[in-house]
Design a protein around this ligand. Structure first.
Ligand code: FES
Length: 305
């Protein structure tokens, strides 16, 4: 039956379902990806794809593809240092981001200075090492592989007894990590659960891929969403999203494709994708690619068009 839909403002952009399988009508919820034959793969050896130039980058950590899309290589990054933290700016407005930022942080033994991103949502991915994250007057243990969520107006600190590496995403975007003199005790008690561990039982299938939601609405984050996923040896058809996306390559090798450029990606790289950028991330290794993604604004990483 027809569904009446009233836009909330003149500039609203939405994706309506046309496959009739959505559970969030009239919007697309990504269900089309799991229809038989619907998730098409692309042939990297086709005549059109063979004509696409590979770009190799230079000494800069940024290797730019079409639009504002780029690949950031941590092995070329210049690190800054504040107290117990060394960090690199991976995604920021000055690099072309409009909606989200990301910082790669290495923590050494001790407690970091307090960090406050003001009214932004903050999403952490614990890449290595065991940490204790203080948020306001609460503390949480976070193992490697887990995600963490910090609500607007909360301050946080990172503690470790050894070393740890963490990706910090701030949404909306921020140019640098705002360290503050003293931590605030404020903790938003409406959302007491903040750490989401890796759990293979929570994997969801999307065609031949699978992913697990980490930070999402289940911990109170409705617009900044983090997931961990696996891409098997394959190349998806080029597609777009309405959200801005950061993809951390955890393991494996791949090729990132945009309209007229392509570039290799490897473990430790981060791909920045602006909204609506046509792209395809090909997994070129037999073991596939493991990735962590942060999307903003968005709550469902399987919606594409
Ligand atoms: S869920 Fe129907 S088109 Fe996406």
């Amino acid at each position: 039956m027809p569904v009446r839909y009233v836009p909330q403002d003149d500039n609203e952009e939405v994706l309506f379902c046309n496959c009739k399988q959505t559970k969030d009508g009239p919007h697309c919820d990504g269900s089309h990806n799991n229809l038989p034959g619907a998730y098409e793969e692309d042939d990297p050896e086709s005549i059109e794809n063979k004509s696409i130039d590979e770009v190799f980058g230079d000494a800069s950590p940024l290797n730019r593809l079409n639009g504002e899309c780029y690949i950031f290589s941590l092995d070329k990054a210049v690190m800054k240092e504040t107290g117990a933290l060394r960090y690199a700016t991976v995604i920021a407005p000055s690099l072309g981001a409009v909606f989200q930022s990301q910082f790669f942080v290495q923590a050494r033994k001790g407690t970091s200075e307090a960090i406050s991103f003001g009214n932004r949502h903050v999403v952490l991915y614990m890449s290595s090492g065991a940490t204790r994250i203080s948020i306001g007057d609460r503390s949480f243990d976070a193992e490697a592989g887990s995600g963490a969520y910090i609500r607007p107006h909360e301050t946080f600190q990172i503690k470790t007894n050894d070393t740890a590496s963490i990706y910090i995403s701030a949404c909306p975007t921020a140019e640098d990590i705002p360290f503050v003199q003293s931590p605030s005790p404020y903790f938003d008690e409406q959302f007491p659960s903040r750490i989401v561990p890796l759990d293979e039982n929570k994997r969801e299938a999307m065609a031949t891929r699978y992913f697990q939601m980490l930070v999402d609405k289940s911990v109170g984050s409705t617009l900044a969403t983090q997931f961990i996923g696996h891409i098997p040896y394959s190349k998806a058809m080029p597609h777009r999203h309405l959200y801005e996306e950061a993809l951390i390559i955890l393991s494996g090798e791949g090729m990132m494709w945009t309209e007229t450029k392509k570039a290799t990606v490897k473990s430790g790289d981060v791909i920045f994708l602006p909204r609506k950028q046509l792209h395809s991330l090909q997994s070129t290794g037999e073991d596939g690619l493991d990735v962590v993604g942060v999307i903003y604004p968005g709550d469902n990483p399987s919606i594409n068009y």
